[in-house]
Design a protein around this ligand. Sequence first.
Ligand SMILES: [Zn+2]
Length: 275
Amino acid sequence: MKLAGATALAGAASQSATAKQPPEANQSVAADESCPARSPIPDGVWTPTPDETILPDTKFETGVYVREAKRDGPTAVVVAGQHGFERSAQDAAMRLVSLTPKQGKLVVIPHADVTAIHGHSYSGDLGNLNRHWPTGEEPKSELARELWSVIEECDPDVAFDLHDSKGIYGSDLADGVGQAIFPTPEGVDAASEVIDGLNDHYIGPSEYSDEYLFTQGNEQSGSNPLLSHTFGGDLEIPGWLIETTRYETSLTDRVTWCFAATVGCLAYHGLEFDF
Ligand SMILES: [Zn+2]
């Protein structure tokens, strides 16, 4: 059994406690209706200069962050922010931006649909961006095509799409898809180990009930037009759609779980960090 993912989860736990974090990473978004269309990402979010920009000088302009180790290793792509008010996923992605891997390359797109983020809404000006990804076809919008060209150019070995949900997958407590990892067929083994680690290190010892234990969702293999389906259906690589729940949880906890799940899957596939 491979334990790199579990070890990384334990490391991520200590990191999140002592925390050299991006400033204000956990601050809530203020509901600011006057937020201008092209202002930076929400107030209080740490935004270093991106290494690349998608659709510059448009309302969809968003940054790509590349963190490359001196040592060779796998390439990972992490996308968040397809849904605007799913803040914990975006903050977890920004926490990754603050780190450099020990080996390999990490490419992070934390704010995929800036119009949804500025609107503090689920969907942005193009509707639900996470329905623009039919497997085996061109993505359905210019934004999705530009995002896809960055992803394809990276030639990733592993890929992530980060979200949070109003409910819990498979639970009567609240309908939704949270507290679940949805792997591509190639990502099932890592998901299984990481789910055990999340439950052992985070949910089990916490005050959250067993309803909050992470579970594995259905495989992402091209049957739906979600970005995670392209990881399985088009790229045929290990990939994960990671969902925490907003149902009676804190933003801080959701960021911690999402970050730990991502770091665990990365470690399982040979991309690790010093905490
Ligand atoms: Zn979402």
